[in-house]
Design a protein around this ligand. Structure first.
Ligand SMILES: Cc1cc2nc3c(=O)[nH]c(=O)nc-3n(C[C@H](O)[C@H](O)[C@H](O)COP(=O)(O)O)c2cc1C
Length: 196
């Protein structure tokens, strides 16, 4: 069995179309019987962002190589997963700040990356990251889309070789029914599961 870490940043929870898409992907994964999925709901994690004492504490812990401190639990969990699945809506041209706070907590030198001869090198075990999102407008392939592009860069930074984004977009424009747009993205999700 491969361990999948599912990071849920669907702020609107049960009302979220991104969550609906992610759950379809996970259901398809479960059907294969090859994956053990661990869910992490970021809204329930009480994550801290880096400011004042929280920032200083990190410096002190890292100076003492105290990687076992509980504040690094998310970095360890992420580094050890075989596969990563992240779901977040498109907000303000990228994603909710909560996901950035999570990433800030993941970026710990010595756990998820290290400084090597060629600069920074990823230390994460996962070989594939899948990012699921939905967008109100249409931005795919444009410079204004900075959610998936950022996540692709983070996957590379963490040493994760393969990255896929599954997106439904134009959901708030009203030209095509939401069910149709989500349905197409769900089909795409089924294809990605086949080579996950
Ligand atoms: C705070 C906020 C910011 C948003 N920013 C954008 C945006 O920059 N561009 C866009 O096309 N849609 C934007 N949207 C619309 C969402 O991307 C869209 O409704 C998406 O499907 C929401 O996902 P959800 O149903 O999973 O919450 C925003 C929505 C919210 C609530």
């Amino acid at each position: 069995m491969k361990n999948v870490l599912y990071v849920d940043c669907c702020i609107r929870r049960e009302g979220s179309r991104t969550k609906e898409l992610a759950e379809h992907f996970l259901k398809e994964l479960e059907k294969t019987g090859e994956y053990a999925i661990t869910g992490l709901v970021l809204m329930d994690e009480g994550l801290n962002f880096m400011a004042e004492g929280f920032f200083r504490q990190r410096d002190e812990l890292l100076a003492g190589k105290n990687f076992a401190h509980p504040r690094f639990c998310h970095a360890h969990q992420f580094a050890e997963a075989d596969k990563i699945v992240i779901a977040a809506p498109f907000w303000d041209l990228s994603f909710p700040a909560l996901l950035k706070v999570y990433i800030e907590n993941l970026c710990v030198e010595g756990i998820t990356f290290k400084t090597g001869e060629r600069g920074l090198e990823g230390l994460c075990k996962a070989d594939h990251m899948v990012y699921l999102t939905t967008r109100g407008g249409c931005y795919a392939g444009t410079p204004l889309e900075m959610g998936s592009r950022y996540m692709a860069a983070m996957a590379e930074f963490f040493g994760i070789g393969r990255y896929d984004c599954i997106a439904a977009e134009g959901l708030d424009i009203g030209l095509v029914p939401v069910e149709e747009l989500l349905g197409a993205a769900k089909k795409e999700a089924e294809e990605v599961v086949k080579t996950f």
